[in-house]
Design a binder for this molecule. Structure first.
Ligand SMILES: Cc1cc2nc3c(=O)[nH]c(=O)nc-3n(C[C@H](O)[C@H](O)[C@H](O)COP(=O)(O)OP(=O)(O)OC[C@H]3O[C@@H](n4cnc5c(N)ncnc54)[C@H](O)[C@@H]3O)c2cc1C
Length: 388
């Protein structure tokens, strides 16, 4: 490997990304800088969809996908470089990440050529937005307990039941759903993975308001909702395999872009500590230093986890989701301690508002995509081979 050539490539690539963002993230899009994303999804959703199309025109949506599927086949180092430059420029939280980083890699791996032709362009061009229909009121950590049913009805499949905590369903065009197709089946057997249009009479979306004050996720009700028979990924009854492949992407590379925003949040905490004077408190200084070291360790760990794999979960990287989500939750607590009393009340100050969002939303990081306890069970069983 020619390391000098590689680093020159990366330098040139970073310059290309930075120049594109400097050119495009202005004018009507200027208000999007550092807005949107977890805890701030209600910020300018329509404009952020326009931004997705702008990103797509620049070739930045699906850039990590293989070239034969319309991507750029970016290697990991350049994906990371893109995310870092994106955050440095203040790029807004992505509206299309569920389609781009969860469904698309799953379709590339397990979808039919027709499904790839039908769905990948809509994601890559920022025209079609997706949400994830896994969790139910009685099935979260124990996903195999789902009771939502599906069945074939002529040329279509129908779905009956309820999903919950469905992020961005109210802003999406499509949902991927895991439902029980074999009557009487239990656990992982008899499940089917369906792609469904949301805009139809058999689907009702009810927003759920969170402690952040926003409604980013929803309850989604299905009452005989229909989708084409060609919209089943994998075979009927083999949905668990597809659902787990997708979850591998969710616990792996999909949150990388989101984590790059941690660098900006960390800087906000440092700036606030200096401005308020809490930076002179030795205990706070030590926690800031620890947080910074933790952030560097996370970056290194992300590279280690993703190097040379297909985005799935590797045994040695099973602690990754646990590590980043707990680091982020601790950063939210540190931010509140830095702000002191100012953090306890609503504020129009941009930094205070953003750090309060970090504090509130980071409580959810240790829940979605596998709670802390579930992650610890996984580490114990799969990484440490401890008895169940
Ligand atoms: C911000 C956010 C966004 C989300 N977005 C989506 C989405 O878009 N689509 C979607 O389908 N879902 C989504 N979810 C749901 C998420 O996947 C579930 O919340 C998660 O899987 C946990 O399930 P639960 O909430 O039902 O908790 P439960 O599974 O009921 O767990 C309750 C508690 O029991 C513990 N527990 C459960 N089982 C065990 C065990 N075996 N051993 C030890 N402890 C255990 C858990 O760790 C937890 O502390 C989202 C959640 C959040 C917070």
């Amino acid at each position: 490997m020619d390391a000098t050539k590689d680093s020159m490539n990366e330098t040139a690539f970073r310059a290309e990304v930075a120049a594109w963002l400097a050119r495009e993230l202005k004018g009507e899009f200027a208000c999007l800088r550092h807005r949107g994303g977890p805890g701030d999804e209600e910020a300018f959703p329509a404009l952020r969809k326009d931004w997705e199309r702008k990103l797509a025109e620049g070739g930045w949506v699906g850039a990590s996908w293989p070239q034969e599927h319309g991507g750029r086949g970016l290697p990991l180092e350049l994906q990371l470089a893109f995310h870092e430059e994106y955050v440095r420029a203040g790029g807004p939280g992505r509206m299309g990440h569920i389609g781009e980083t969860l469904l698309a890699p799953t379709l590339i791996e397990l979808g039919t050529p027709e499904q790839q032709r039908r769905f990948l362009p809509g994601i890559r061009e920022g025209r079609e937005f997706w949400c994830q229909g896994y969790s139910e009121p009685g099935a979260g950590s124990d996903l195999a307990a789902i009771t939502t049913r599906c069945w074939q009805d002529g040329d279509v499949w129908r779905v009956q039941g309820q999903k919950v905590w469905t992020s961005l369903a109210h802003e999406s065009d499509w949902i991927f759903v895991i439902a029980r197709s074999t009557p009487g089946s239990v656990g992982r057997e008899g499940l089917t993975f369906l792609l469904m249009p949301l805009d139809q009479p058999g689907i009702e979306i009810q927003p759920i308001r969170q402690m952040t004050g926003e409604a980013e996720f929803n309850a989604v009700f299905f009452d005989g909702a229909a989708t084409d028979a060609g919209c089943i990924v994998g075979k009927p009854g083999e949905g668990w395999r597809v659902a787990m492949a997708l979850l591998g992407f969710e616990r792996g590379a999909s949150t990388l872009g989101q984590q790059m925003h941690f660098v900006h949040e960390m800087q906000l905490v440092v700036d606030a500590a200096i401005a308020i004077g809490t930076a002179f408190d030795p205990a706070i200084r030590e926690r800031i230093a620890d947080a910074w070291i933790g952030l560097r360790a996370l970056r290194h760990n992300a590279l280690r986890m993703l190097a040379g794999n297909d985005g799935g979960v590797r045994p040695e990287s099973l602690m990754y989701k646990y590590a980043w989500s707990n680091w982020h939750r601790d950063l939210g607590q540190l931010a509140m301690d830095v702000l002191g009393a100012a953090g306890d009340v609503r504020s129009d100050d941009d930094t205070v508002r953003r750090l309060q969002q970090v504090f509130f939303f980071s409580r959810a990081d240790t829940i979605y995509a596998g709670t802390n306890e579930i992650q610890l069970n996984i580490i114990a069983e799969r990484a440490l081979a401890m008895p169940r």
